[in-house]
Design a protein around this ligand. Structure first.
Ligand code: ZN
Length: 49
């Protein structure tokens, strides 16, 4: 399982809508919408906890 950094949902990597590699780490997303948001400003989502 991986955490979608945009909405915080736990998702199965195999069922993810997409993924992005940022600074050597792969992030998975529940929806294309989340991936698009992340791709625009990855830093914003990675600092949010
Ligand atoms: Zn999401």
């Amino acid at each position: 399982m991986a955490k979608d950094p945009v909405c915080g949902m736990m998702i199965d990597e195999k069922k993810s809508a997409g993924n992005s590699v940022y600074k050597g780490t792969t992030y998975y997303f529940c929806a294309k919408n989340c991936k698009e948001k992340f791709d625009k400003s990855p830093g914003q989502y990675l600092t949010m906890k």
